[in-house]
Design a protein around this ligand. Structure first.
Ligand code: ATP
Ligand code: SF4
Ligand code: MG
Length: 324
């Protein structure tokens, strides 16, 4: 079924209840999100800290159960499946974490870690596990001898390669990569991104690529979704979003990236502060109208009345704004 998206998310909602001091505050971490991802496609998910990127990643991989909404994997809704019923689908979607060290058990060798991933999903016959581990290590640029070493014996970049090998072990169709290079040295980031690009080309993998680094997203992703306080405010092709951002929040974010701002004609200094994290007090508050209103430089009276829906722009991409 080539026209059925690999992943489709509809009206996804996840709220958390936090207790800052006295009282309870409900945080709408994901507040009605919809998008689709085709086979082999790469969708970037960007937005400031706390905008709900990781929560979407954890919902899509079903580490979390949504409060509401659908998560269709090749047409099958897995949003409310039990852990057991989810098992056959879990191998289709794998998560690569930001911090590979905390996601790798320090007491297991790399061979054990990869072997366990292979066994959980019965991916290869027992007799072929050792050769598959060697193959996986080769695919991520490590040596066969590395199978006998422990995670602490590797550099940060190598550890992320191990995390990627573990995700690949079960032959997924989609990888959710949550800030996969942001904990690494700049010089190593490019090497790991090159590896992800090679894997995408060789294996036809789709990616949901979560990052705060807009330059990396521009380089790696086919399409980009901009998230603001749990909602997608703009989504479209990479070139559409970067060349002609319509939503004031997207414009603010892009203006804060020096090279992109320079290409677009300046504004880096002006907007750098505006693109930092939302004030904590703002996150739990109820809102009416547009959720970006308090920070928006072009807000109009209509913006207080109703939350804007995503609407199609001239070039075909979608933005949620009453004014722009
Ligand atoms: N388990 C949890 N319990 C309570 N609140 C949570 C939980 N997980 C996330 N949140 C809250 O949900 C909101 C979205 O968090 P999330 O981690 O998805 O953001 P993010 O976009 O990934 O941010 P960052 O860029 O900092 O990683 C935040 O306000 C966060 O504090
Ligand atoms: S709807 Fe209004 S407040 Fe919201 S982003 Fe657009 S102009 Fe700004
Ligand atoms: Mg996150």
């Amino acid at each position: 079924m080539p026209d059925v998206p690999l992943l489709e998310v509809r009206d996804l909602v996840k709220h958390f209840t936090a207790r800052p001091g006295r009282g309870r505050v409900t945080v709408a971490a994901v507040d009605g999100v919809a998008f689709a991802l085709r086979h082999g496609e790469t969708l970037g998910l960007v937005g400031e800290s706390g905008s709900g990127k990781s929560t979407i990643g954890r919902l899509v991989t079903r580490l979390l159960r949504p409060d509401r909404g659908e998560i269709l994997l090749a047409g099958r809704d897995v949003a409310t499946l039990s852990v057991r019923a989810m098992r056959p689908y879990r191998r289709d979607v794998q998560l690569v974490f930001q911090d590979p060290y905390s996601s790798l058990n320090p007491r297991h060798t790399v061979g054990d870690i990869l072997g366990m991933a292979l066994r959980v999903h019965d991916t290869v016959p027992k007799a072929q596990v050792a050769s598959r581990i060697r193959e996986l290590l080769g695919q991520v640029g490590l040596e066969p001898a590395h199978a006998g070493r422990y995670p602490h014996e590797f550099s940060g970049g190598q550890r992320q390669r191990i995390g990627i090998a573990r995700a690949l072990a079960v032959q997924p169709r989609l990888i959710v990569a949550d800030e996969p290079v942001s904990a690494l040295d700049v010089s190593i980031q490019a090497q790991v991104m090159n590896l992800l690009e090679d894997l995408r080309a060789d294996l036809g993998l789709a990616f949901l690529f979560i990052s705060h680094d807009l330059a990396v997203v521009r380089h790696f992703c086919d399409r980009v979704a901009v998230l603001y306080r749990g909602r997608i405010v703009e989504i479209g092709g990479r070139d559409q979003i970067y060349a002609d951002p319509r939503h004031p929040y997207t414009q603010t974010l892009l203006a804060a990236v020096p090279d992109i701002a320079w290409l677009r004609g300046g504004g880096a200094r002006r907007s750098r502060a505006a693109a930092s994290a939302a004030p904590a007090a703002e996150l739990g508050t109820q809102h009416s109208g547009c959720r970006f209103r308090a920070r928006c430089p072009v807000a109009a009276p209509a913006c207080a009345e109703s939350e804007p829906a995503l609407t199609v722009r001239a070039d075909g991409h979608l933005a949620a704004c009453h004014v722009r």
